[in-house]
Design a protein around this ligand. Structure first.
Ligand SMILES: [Zn+2]
Ligand SMILES: [Zn+2]
Length: 135
């Protein structure tokens, strides 16, 4: 492997590890700023490409943010559904069993057999709602 190739691999690992420990949705920009002090040679474009590579490999999910910005969350290849708090950016995995009735209804109403779905819910998490009510 060339020195350049090796550096790219190391940078991808750095990004993957940062995403895995984030436990919340982060944009490429946010992750870039978080990593910059310790990895001054890391560029925003590299962070972005590394995040997209994670999505491609099924190791991360891509989420929406206002203004057509993507946020990312570490995930497993089998899992595709999330509850995303738009206030604190916390991401919870949605229990797959909750979707079974929906998939059944899709089959009944449309005769469509879904073998793949991704469903992300955006809103306020329990903690942020409690905080909201306390105000
Ligand atoms: Zn997930
Ligand atoms: Zn929240």
């Amino acid at each position: 492997m060339t020195a350049g190739g090796r550096r790219l691999t190391t940078q991808r690992v750095v990004v993957a590890e940062a995403l895995a420990t984030a436990r919340q949705a982060v944009s490429a920009q946010e992750l870039f700023e978080q990593l910059r002090p310790r990895h001054p040679r890391l560029g925003l474009a590299t962070v972005y490409r590394a995040l997209e590579a994670q999505v491609e490999a099924g190791m991360a999910g891509r989420l929406e943010r206002p203004g057509r910005v993507s946020a990312y969350v570490a995930c497993t290849p089998e899992h595709h559904h999330h509850l995303v708090c738009t206030r604190c950016q916390r991401v919870e995995d949605l229990d797959e069993s909750l979707l079974r009735p929906v998939l059944r209804a899709v089959d009944e109403r449309h005769g469509f057999q879904a073998d793949h779905a991704r469903l992300d819910f955006y809103g306020l998490c329990a903690r942020c709602r409690r905080r909201e009510r306390a105000r």
